[in-house]
Design a protein around this ligand. Structure first.
Ligand code: 9D3
Length: 249
């Protein structure tokens, strides 16, 4: 008995951006394999006012527009009624908790998610309070909306669903599933393919030595070295990542 596809419902003012991105690559294959499904919902279609307005000027003044309560609330109710499974609500917002691999792993165990992609200056706080979503950010930089973060989240979650490409890889890499504070792995090691010499630059000797144990040791060393140099935060003292003795400070 195969489980039902994991369902993503996306509430957005730009429903048309999701299909072309998700139909490509791993999410497209996961859908074809019956592992996931996604449905987009145009928030504007739930506006009841004459001009299908889903936003209005902010109380207190200031620039920009604020997403209104009613269209978003009705859109969520509409989407949630389309399936009998309860949806875990997620709001993509710069005010959210930074998305980490541990979060992705937790979400990948859920049968259904309702993703809310904001736009404009923000969303009326009262509808956020009523929906009580988990609030997630994809990083400390400014985007123009939550659509690209929602796409990133769907991609990250989908590739962890058993049977989707990438799952086999991460499962077999379980020796490295010891993780940093956010479930992050070590950074990857450098990779090389033919030719052995390109523009005078040679492939590291160990990789062509044929000594598999030496290759694996070199790769782990490079991973730790790179992580140290580029992302020391992943190796924080409170990390659950076991740092090999020879690499301890
Ligand atoms: C310039 C407007 N900003 C005023 C200080 C607030 C603001 C509102 C809405 C900034 C960005 C956005 C739109 N971004 C998102 O909805 C968003 C986001 C992001 O911008 N960065 C990282 N993660 C996310 S998740 C959703």
């Amino acid at each position: 008995m195969s489980p039902r596809p994991t369902r993503f419902d996306v509430l957005t003012l730009f429903p048309e951006v999701f299909e072309p991105v998700l139909a490509s690559s791993i999410t497209g294959r996961a859908r074809e394999a019956g592992l996931i499904e996604w449905h987009t919902h145009d928030i504007r279609r739930h506006a009841t006012n004459r001009h299908s307005k889903a936003d209005d000027r902010p109380f207190g003044g200031g620039p920009g527009m604020v997403m209104m309560c009613q269209p978003l609330w009705d859109c969520a109710a509409h989407a949630e009624a389309l399936d009998d499974r309860p949806a875990h609500r997620v709001l993509l917002t710069p005010q959210g908790a930074p998305l980490r691999q541990a979060t992705v792993e937790r979400l990948a165990r859920l049968p259904r998610m309702l993703l809310i992609a904001g736009h404009y200056e923000g969303i009326d706080e009262r509808v956020i309070r009523r929906l009580a979503p988990e609030e997630i950010s994809v990083g400390d930089f400014v985007l123009s909306g939550g659509e690209i973060p929602a796409l990133a989240l769907i991609d990250a979650v989908a590739r962890l669903i058993p049977g989707a490409l990438g799952h086999e890889d991460s499962a077999s890499n379980d020796s490295f599933s010891a993780a940093g504070p956010g479930g992050e792995r070590l950074l990857d090691c450098p990779h090389y393919t033919r030719p052995r010499v390109w523009e005078g630059m040679e492939v590291p000797e160990v990789l062509v030595s044929g000594d598999h144990a030496k290759v694996e040791a070199w790769r782990l060393e490079e991973m730790v070295k790179r992580t140290r140099e580029r992302r020391p935060d992943l190796l924080a003292p409170d990390s659950r990542l076991p740092v090999p003795k020879e690499h301890q400070p």
